[in-house]
Design a protein around this ligand. Structure first.
Ligand code: ATP
Length: 509
């Protein structure tokens, strides 16, 4: 996988992601999407929306406002409990999330396990069984026990809000500040992640509001509106994509952890007692969505939560192998009846469903799937970016994006800028543009144009040459194999449909 710094600079150089307000030296952990980034982001969002809303007769979408009545956040528990434990290093003055320091320490031990496995794989060759090795090799078993012990203790002390023990753990593990190497830590404190703002013209009458830290609450407060007007029968889901805001303590990993980001969430309402079954089902369905994009099964894993949030009775992350290791990409949470129940209490309005099969009213249970759109963007970009050595000794930079997500699907290139070739290229664009994102490029030698499209992730290039004028055929070049074939202009549409129709991708879920 490509070095993280290269991914960030590639994202900027090719118009995917820019630092926010860069002419004023940027704003920490806030980013803007450029002309190619916005298309990749939209394609990811559309792929999610199609899979979740269009293909499920019992899931509908909404678009709730970012501002919500402030009591929403009292009811949801965010005012009291949406905290991260922070710790400062007294020497470097750097601030960290205490739990992340401990988790990073465990990730280092995990790297040691991986090294042992790789060494053994080389030694034993074909017959090597990594699972068996991990279960029996005494050194690896020892490492794993150490990780489990540490995470268990961390989970327990966070659960009990025993911040002194979190600090004690950091001290016992002799964790040093990555900046200064110093172990001179402050006490651990809780820090609320919500951004506050004011609504109203005069200081006296202004109302204190929060920018929403998750999109889910917009769904819960609209539960009855949607259920009644859509005549929805449980089980059913409500999906939403939109901005969320968190005043993250540490936001140093590009678009992995931002202060303003976009979520794609779906809340699935089920009868009490059936939540476990639905939770397992959604875990699998969401993993299948990821796998349908073809970014390698080995790059995903589930991580079951030790420490459950105040609203959950089960929770798991789908983790992805980012350039800095396996990290959360998506969360699947069994949220019980906590949210609807709590909004009932705070609003005094009934948020119940009459179940004709059970012949009773109840507050539905909820299973949530929640994925960060920007994090999915980073997963895709970091997986796709490759430096490839070619047979002729040269190398190329290629962005092997899943074709369905690529910002541009086809580049049409006239071999030269004369003799009617540009006109023919334009005609081809006019045929294809109704179905696909197509660009025209006539600048530089064709080899350089191929390289430019490789770096942008464009799966297909079509080159129009003099022969094209005579026999109505063009050269079609495949980004990944770099193979070129001659194809009739009349067949382009059906070729591209076979490769790029979302149906062929979504059917894999
Ligand atoms: P983390 O443990 O990484 O802070 P979280 O468990 O708080 O994440 P959730 O509240 O479950 O995250 O949010 C659901 C999804 O939203 C996450 O899986 C992630 O993809 C995304 N997300 C959360 N916080 C951020 C952020 N600051 N920047 C970008 N994406 C985020």
């Amino acid at each position: 996988m490509t070095d993280f710094k290269k991914i960030i600079s590639h994202a900027k150089e090719y118009g995917f992601v820019f630092p926010s307000s860069e002419i004023y030296d940027g704003l920490s952990a806030v980013y803007d999407y450029g002309q190619n980034g916005v298309a990749l982001k939209k394609n990811i969002r559309d792929y999610w929306w199609k899979a979740m809303v269009q293909l499920h007769h019992n899931i509908v979408g909404i678009d709730a406002a970012i501002f919500m009545h402030p009591t929403t956040w009292k009811a949801s528990g965010h005012v009291d409990a949406f905290n991260d434990p922070l710790i400062d290093n007294k020497d470097s003055k750097k601030r960290y999330r205490a739990d992340v320091l401990v988790e990073d320490y465990c990730a280092k031990i995990e790297n040691k396990i991986e090294k042992e496995v790789n060494k053994a794989a080389k030694r034993f060759g074909e017959a090597f069984d990594p699972q068996q090795f991990k279960a029996t090799n005494p050194r690896v078993v020892g490492y794993q026990e150490k990780i489990d012990g540490i995470l268990k203790r961390l989970g327990k002390s966070l659960e009990a809000e025993d911040l002194a023990d979190v600090k004690a753990l950091i001290e016992e593990l002799e964790i040093a500040c990555p900046e200064s190497g110093s172990r001179n830590w402050t006490d651990v404190k809780q820090f609320n992640l919500m951004f506050g703002t004011k609504l109203g013209a005069s200081a006296e009458s202004a109302m204190d509001l929060y920018l929403r830290p998750e999109t889910a609450q917009g769904i819960f407060v609209n539960f009855l509106n949607v259920q009644k007007t859509g005549r929805m029968k449980i089980p059913f889901g409500i999906a939403q994509t939109g901005k969320a805001f968190r005043n993250e303590i540490v936001a140093r990993q590009f678009i992995f952890r931002m202060r303003e980001f976009e979520q794609m969430e779906m809340q699935f309402f089920v009868p009490p007692g059936s939540q476990k079954e639905w939770y397992e089902k959604w875990k699998q369905t969401r993993l299948q969505w990821h796998l349908s994009l073809g970014m390698g099964e080995e790059n995903y894993r589930f991580h079951d939560h030790e420490k459950l949030a105040h609203y959950a009775d089960a929770a798991a992350d789908i983790e992805f192998k980012f350039p800095f290791g396996f990290k959360e990409l998506e969360g699947i949470h069994s949220r019980t009846d906590f949210d609807l129940g709590s909004h009932e209490k705070y609003s005094g309005k009934k948020l119940q469903y009459f179940d004709p099969e059970r012949n009773e009213n109840y507050v539905p249970y909820v299973v949530e799937t929640s994925i960060g759109l920007d994090r999915m963007f980073l997963a895709t970009l970091s997986w796709a970016l490759r430096e490839e050595k070619l047979a002729d000794g040269n190398s190329r930079t290629v962005l092997k994006l899943p074709a369905i997500l690529a910002p541009t699907k086809v580049a049409v290139l006239p071999l030269v800028k004369k003799d009617g070739l540009p006109e023919m290229a334009q005609n081809i664009i006019d045929q294809l543009k109704w179905e696909h994102a197509v660009v025209y490029d006539e600048k530089d030698a064709v080899g350089r144009r191929y390289r430019r499209q490789d770096a942008l992730g464009t799966p297909y290039c079509i080159t129009v040459d003099h022969q094209s004028l005579e026999d109505q055929t063009v050269t079609l070049r495949d980004r990944d194999s770099m193979e070129q074939e001659r194809i009739a202009v009349a067949e382009l549409s059906s070729f591209l449909d076979a490769k790029l129709n979302p149906k062929h991708w979504l059917q894999k879920i």
